[in-house]
Design a protein around this ligand. Sequence first.
Ligand SMILES: Nc1ncnc2c1ncn2[C@@H]1O[C@H](COP(=O)(O)OP(=O)(O)OP(=O)(O)O)[C@@H](O)[C@H]1O
Ligand SMILES: [Mg+2]
Length: 237
Amino acid sequence: MTIHSSQSQPTETMIELIKVSKQYPPDVVALKDISVSIGTGEMFFVIGRSGAGKTTLLKLLCSMETPSNGLIEISGKSINQLKGHHLAKLRQKIGVAYQDFKLLTDRTTAENIAISMEVSYKKPQIIRKRVRDLLEQLDLSDKHDTVTGELSRGEQQRVTLARAIANSPTMILVDEPTGNLDAATTERVMALLHNCNKAGATIVIATHDDSIYRHTTHRVMELRKGQFHGMTKGNFS
Ligand SMILES: Nc1ncnc2c1ncn2[C@@H]1O[C@H](COP(=O)(O)OP(=O)(O)OP(=O)(O)O)[C@@H](O)[C@H]1O
Ligand SMILES: [Mg+2]
């Protein structure tokens, strides 16, 4: 399938959801019959009120949760039944910045960020440089050796983002990346994500923060009670 990005360039599909539903026991319908295609290299905003299903959607995309019904394909491959080695391989290509951070709070900022690169056996000097560059871009250079449990929420949120993108994944899932940040720091975070996108990463951002999508040319879709409620902005085909 071919879809059109905001730059009107036809692109291959990276993420395809076909009639996907997710029900949590006993009877919470978090997502209902969601169908959407997201192109390779697209930046895609998912908005919606608290409880609308944004985090659930991201969890399905990284196989943290499995759908109750429907099909999810990444790069043309169904991920519903992936297990073991195949699942691990997929996860290596996906960077996730979780809404609840999931940092190792007794480890330093630098150690948390380095973890995502160590699993792919990068050289120590490459890891050190990448960590320093990311910390500089996120205005966190002075927190390099601080254990993350001692950081503010906004600082932890940025470390979470740095860890998600450190290994230059092809797909980046970001859950509320700016919830705890001031306007200037929000701009830094978005500049970094835009750079990842320009370098080719497909990015899905779940957010409440309209300052980060208000002026965007990228697609913005709203979830309401587990269903997409049409497109708010951006080009669509
Ligand atoms: N593990 C779970 N078990 C049961 N219900 C869940 C679970 N996770 C989410 N839900 C429910 O699914 C619905 C969607 O939740 P989700 O976390 O996806 O919303 P959200 O849009 O990310 O909200 P927020 O903006 O508050 O982060 C909610 O009604 C929530 O209570
Ligand atoms: Mg959420």
